[in-house]
Design a protein around this ligand. Structure first.
Ligand SMILES: [Zn+2]
Length: 206
């Protein structure tokens, strides 16, 4: 593949049709006529983790379906890859794992046989999990706080995490749990935001 020795897997994914996601029509109607029918395939190329150090790529033909009731088209879902994505999910998890190590993007891209752009894109995809900007943001009514061992080399042994006790949504992670640092941090929030906290859940000492 592109002048590179690559293990190619030719595969076809063609599960039986399911009810229409657009109009809700069942596969068969009351008179035994098939409403959701197979209709050609969609070819995609999916990058997998290297096998025996050989880059591995799957040429996958996914079944397409058409609903005769509403004329909408759909394509079979593969569990190992997100729609319109060309990197298998296990590879993304591997990239994320390697991103937590002190190694370069280049090394990660070599180890996973993906481009550096893919490594950066995978990193950026994690942005949605970061806490939203502070300042005007209200702290949650139930604020749970805890300490944890961060393993980050340049930081204190114990870090601090706080989250919304009802939704589980992350509020923030701080590099250390020292009292003076925490006080300084929470003073950055407005009085209105602090007043929003009704319950503090913690097992930390004074
Ligand atoms: Zn339909």
């Amino acid at each position: 593949l592109k002048d590179k020795k690559t293990l190619l897997i030719n595969a076809r994914l063609s599960p039986e049709p399911k009810a229409c996601r657009n109009c809700g029509s069942t596969v068969w109607d009351g008179e035994g006529k098939q409403i959701i029918v197979k209709n050609g395939t969609k070819a995609s190329t999916i990058r997998f983790a290297p096998y025996n150090h050989v880059p591995t790529v799957m040429k996958l033909k996914k079944q397409k379906y058409v609903c005769k009731n509403c004329q909408s088209y759909s394509t079979a879902d593969a569990s190992f890859v997100k729609e319109n994505c060309f990197i298998a999910e296990p590879v993304k998890l591997e990239i994320i794992d390697l991103l937590s190590k002190t190694i370069s993007y280049t090394l990660i891209s070599n180890l996973c046989s993906v481009s550096i752009n893919t490594v950066i894109r995978t990193l950026r995809s994690l942005e949605v999990y970061l806490p939203k900007t502070k300042g005007d943001a209200l702290l949650p009514e139930v604020l749970m706080v805890d300490e944890f061992r961060s393993h980050a080399p340049h930081e204190d042994k114990m870090s601090f995490i706080c989250a919304d006790g009802e939704s589980g949504q992350l509020v923030d992670v701080l590099p250390n749990k020292r009292h003076d640092k925490l006080e300084k941090y929470f003073k950055n929030y407005s009085q209105k935001s602090l007043d929003n906290v009704k319950f503090l859940v913690t097992d930390m000492n004074a």
